[in-house]
Ligand binder design. Sequence first.
Ligand code: FAD
Ligand code: NAD
Length: 396
Amino acid sequence: MSSIPKIVILGAGYGGILTAQRLQKELNYNEADVTLVNRHDYHYITTHLHMPAAGTDSIEHTRVSISKLIDEFKIDLVKSSVQEIRLHDKKVILEDGTLSYDYLIIGLGGEPETFGIPGMAEYAMSIRSINSVRLIRAHIEYQFAMYKNEQRPQERINFIVGGAGFSGIEFVAELADRIPKLCKEYDVDPALVNIYNIEAASSALPGFAPELVDYAVEVLQKKGVTFKFGVAIKECMPNGVILSTGEEIKSATIVWTGGVRGNRLVESAGFETMRGRVKVDEYLRAPGYENIFIIGDNSLIFNGDKPYPPTAQMAMQQGVSCAQNIVASIRGKELRKFEFHHKGTVASLGKGEGIAVVGDKKYTGFKAAQLKKLVDLRYLFIIGGIPLVLKKGRFI
Ligand code: FAD
Ligand code: NAD
């Protein structure tokens, strides 16, 4: 190792930003060189993406310039796309250069998992980045415009959301809130519009508290969502989907929220993975590598015999812990085991509605919606203090 260790963080998502911020706080002057690599010069708040996707909030509430979150005198920000991780050479290949590392933190986030469903990767859109949600929003508006300029084809105003996990439910709720406004703007009778949420399991939000699931389904049905439970999407086409029942639903808009996997770059680096996620050790290191930490949606940690679901709160806590362990490692001190503290789950159901579980308490409706806002504001405060809360926070 060189006299000043080189630390490279890949990805400025929830995990990467928290790692960078904690390193910049804990490292002394000249103790290490830290480089943060991200495809964009902004950090996006993934947990908000369903809103700009449906068009119920602006993109600008959902992203923050990374230079506002880190001290560029302490951390070098490289805006580039990672192409390859070369473990044996201790190098990362970028689209426009190469970086060497002594310590590597992989926080590249997840990718949609299509399970090889024919046509899904080609014809469905997914909620995964600022660019992908811009496309969904523009596509939905375009369907309304086309509907009035063609012979009123029903598929233009049929909308399909594949998967009723948290992403599907939160997006379908926003879409249901947006449709009446689009109908008004484009002079379309709301009674003609269909929103389908198709879920392979027997209910929405599999595994979540049943009374909260029932509440969510009822709220969304009242907003005009048609659920199909126990029915899987078998094929996706440019103009609709085929279901496991053989039924075909015509639609020009298919948004896939059927699952996530780890980043393919992690797999191709040669790590052993389960759907792109690496089972990390108790210090968040990749098996066999004392200098490589894997966090967020690319890591896999078991809670008993089941893996923890990939969430922002997991990525954030891992970011802090891995930064502390890297500092400890540089200083020759003992590393600390990572322990996840589950703070609760809150899901939005559109304007003024939500469901939440915090400890053994369950919340629905306005209270849950307020909790969701609090969680969002808390995150802005953690990464950017009061100025960011005032700039990007949504209080109403
Ligand atoms: P991410 O936050 O995804 O960040 C990865 C970063 O890496 C991004 O900045 C990306 O641009 C960058 N990157 C990717 N590939 C490259 C490359 N090749 N080169 C350079 N940079 C690259 N979790 C919750 O706990 N609560 C919620 O309410 C919640 N809501 C969600 C809503 C939606 C719609 C979605 C999709 C997910 C939600 N999640 C939620 C899950 C949560 O967003 C993820 O678990 C979390 O973002 C994972 O953090 P991460 O740091 O691993 O990756
Ligand atoms: P998920 O894996 O949690 O849900 C995907 C859903 O799609 C499942 O219910 C699955 O049964 C269904 N599905 C899979 N194949 C299907 C098919 N062929 N046809 C129909 N349905 C199918 O994925 P997600 O909702 O994107 O969530 C990803 C992660 O992000 C999870 O860990 C989740 O907890 C987290 N998240 C959390 C929040 C929140 O806390 N508010 C919001 C969004 C996402």
